[in-house]
Design a protein around this ligand. Structure first.
Ligand SMILES: Nc1ncnc2c1ncn2[C@@H]1O[C@H](COP(=O)(O)OP(=O)(O)O)[C@@H](O)[C@H]1O
Ligand SMILES: [Mg+2]
Length: 312
């Protein structure tokens, strides 16, 4: 559905995008993650034909967004990160106005407006002024607007930013519906966990460069090799047991770091790629250390993000 081909964008002499390549299959719900200034909005504005790249191009369903903007605009629905809403309009009028811009007939506009408001769970707000909506509702209204011309690809720039957990859950529901409708969605955020829970696949961008692209599971796997091991000793087993455990771990060359997280919880790191978990456990048990729990610490996605973007 989307193929980004060696895309670059310079603002003056500042390179905001440095040769981005990316492919997203039909029907994917793809997250676009990166810290502020990574180049997410720049990429999305180019895809929405609002800006020309410095070089490279992108194809939406085979259409070149740079050379054939007119056709591309029919295929792409774009929800910007900062959007204006006309406050003096009622919700239905707002959508009706945009539907007119797409030259949609009166009868069709009526049914479409209602259907879209339903989709974004604003049907009860039909006759309310846009002004009176909460931020989350305005975001959803804007999402409805981006769907008016029934685009195949939806580009949502930070739609969940500033949402409370409830609003985020609603957004997740809407995204699922969009997927059922067969849409392909590219959705950005600077918060990795937020996207990891909504998307099937992710691209991580940092300083205009791709640092990771693949499934959420692949990202976890990539990082889990480095995940620390948590070793819990029986609560209250005494200082001498903790000391014995630390002494034992220090003797093992593959153990690169030992942290005492809690009185009876040790967190260790192993040399990159060292597959010595069973050995660590065996040694501890042989020394009589009362191990009550032994597992890979779950990777905090925020940490994964910090680690993946560290070098770039
Ligand atoms: N119109 C502009 N003029 C100059 N620099 C810009 C402009 N828009 C964005 N930038 C710079 O380009 C980089 C990428 O910005 P942006 O695409 O908005 O990133 P993101 O959406 O990931 O936060 C940032 O360093 C930003 O300051
Ligand atoms: Mg942005």
């Amino acid at each position: 559905m989307l193929k980004i081909d060696n895309l670059t964008k310079n603002y003056g002499s500042f390179p905001a995008l440095k040769g981005l390549n990316l492919e997203i299959p039909d029907g994917a719900l793809h997250g676009f993650v990166g810290p502020n200034g990574a180049g997410k909005t720049t990429t999305m504005r180019i895809l929405a034909t609002l800006m020309k790249p410095t070089s490279g191009t992108a194809y939406v369903d085979g259409t070149d967004v740079v050379k054939d903007g007119q056709k591309a605009r029919k295929l792409v629905g774009y929800m910007p990160d900062f959007f204006g809403v006309y406050d003096s309009l009622k919700c239905w009028e707002y959508l009706d106005f945009y539907a007119r811009c797409y030259r949609i007939g009166a009868e069709e506009r009526k049914t479409m407006t209602r259907r879209l408001l339903e989709l974004v769970q604003l049907e009860e707000k039909e006759d309310e002024y846009v002004d009176a909506l909460s931020r989350g509702m305005k975001q959803r209204l804007c999402l409805a607007r981006s769907l008016i011309h029934d685009p195949k690809l939806l580009i949502l720039d930070e739609p969940a930013s500033g949402m409370d957990p409830r609003a985020r859950a609603e957004m997740k529901g809407i995204l699922r519906t969009l997927r059922e409708m067969g849409k392909t969605v590219l959705i950005s955020s600077h918060i990795l966990p937020e996207l990891a829970e909504m998307c099937d696949s992710l691209t991580i961008l940092d300083h205009g460069e791709l640092v990771f692209s693949g499934s959420v599971e692949a990202l976890n796997d990539k990082m889990n090799g480095n995940a620390p091991l948590d070793i819990r000793l029986t609560e209250g087993c005494g200082e001498e047991n903790v000391e014995a455990a630390v002494r034992c771990l220090k003797e093992m060359p593959a153990v690169t770091e030992i942290l005492r997280e809690e009185p009876y919880l040790l967190r260790i790191r192993l040399e990159n790629g060292a597959d010595v978990c069973t050995d660590v456990l065996r040694q501890l048990v042989m020394k009589g250390v009362p191990v009550s729990d032994f597992h890979r610490a779950p990777m905090n996605l925020e940490k994964v993000f910090m680690e993946v973007t560290q070098g770039a």
